[in-house]
Design a protein around this ligand. Structure first.
Ligand code: FE
Ligand code: FE
Ligand code: ZN
Length: 295
């Protein structure tokens, strides 16, 4: 336990005028030693050139603070759907967008890009998995960065793929560049997908059996507004949902998850970020009764 290295942080924003410098300052203000960000708005593909994002300023501050850049996470815009080939033009757009996000990730000095596997729309899981593997092959073939893509486990909303460890494993197996792929495990999503989230040891054992824990690059720590198997994907604040503090704290401190960055994506409370409070409780492993009501 003594050499357990905990990397914990949250999603942070990146806004004008400080951009990446502001993201880094925001993370540090939460007492975080890692963080996750989007290189532009999550819901669209408009991206400002890297030269305008105060990257050098941000990197200087994070290095002075002793943060390890290899533990930082970039999240790809969630409009991307590399699993859908019902329209060739949209498939090509996904290839273009993911390809450019990888290059942007490297431009921040980061190594891990989280990607939603996408939705098969009407083609079925097998076709969706084949489509995404093809999409990733095209991207990796011409990419020369060392950024890894972490495929996120999904809740199973609509026709989302990547809702079981087997589906994630199938994507990795089908792709010709498996060394470029890893996984992002989201606690809310796997509970929504039907896994028994309270059996943390069992889940990690199953993950290791099906995919291999060496592939686990990041864990998203979220409580859930809905019970197991709901397929809704609605995050809740730590200790206020169906997962609960004790289970989330187990993920934070689990010896098998030593050194793997843990990122919170819980909702704002009265338009204010809850992360400083949530990170503090999770670090201590001690829940403060009524913290949200008193926030
Ligand atoms: Fe995500
Ligand atoms: Fe997530
Ligand atoms: Zn989610």
């Amino acid at each position: 336990m003594s050499d357990y290295k905990l990397y914990i942080g949250s999603h942070v924003s990146m806004n004008s005028p400080e951009f990446y410098l502001g993201s880094v300052k925001e993370a540090l203000s939460y007492g975080a030693n890692t963080f996750m960000f989007y290189t532009g708005a999550p819901q669209n593909s408009y991206r400002k050139p890297l030269s305008e994002l105060k990257i050098q300023e941000g990197r200087k501050v994070l290095q002075e603070a002793g943060l390890d850049e290899s533990k930082l996470i970039v999240h790809a815009p969630y409009i991307i759907n590399g699993a859908n080939k019902t329209r060739e033009d949209l498939f090509d757009l996904s290839i273009k967008l993911i390809g450019s996000e990888i290059v942007r990730t490297a431009g921040f000095g980061c190594k891990i890009l989280v990607l939603h596997p996408g939705a098969h729309v009407s083609q079925g899981y097998d076709a969706g998995i084949d489509n995404l593997a093809e999409c990733l092959d095209i991207i990796f073939k011409k990419d020369n960065t060392d950024v890894k893509i972490a495929l996120e486990t999904m809740a199973g909303k609509g026709t989302e793929i990547g809702i079981t460890f087997e589906q994630i494993r199938a994507i990795i197996d089908k792709c010709h560049y498996p060394e470029r792929l890893g996984v992002c495990l989201d606690t809310c999503h796997i509970s929504d997908a039907g896994y028994d989230i309270h059996d943390v040891d069992g889940i990690l054992k199953e993950f290791d059996r099906v995919i291999g824990l060496d592939k686990l690059l990041v864990v998203h720590i979220n409580d859930s507004k809905n019970p197991r198997g709901a397929h809704k994907d609605r995050h809740e604040n730590i200790g206020y949902g169906y997962i609960g503090f004790e289970t989330l704290s187990k993920f934070i401190h689990h010896p098998l998850l030593n050194g793997i960055p843990k990122i919170l994506e819980t909702p704002y409370i009265n338009e204010k970020p809850p992360y400083k409070q949530e990170i503090e409780m999770l670090k201590d492993g001690k829940f403060i009764e009524g913290w949200k009501e008193n926030f």
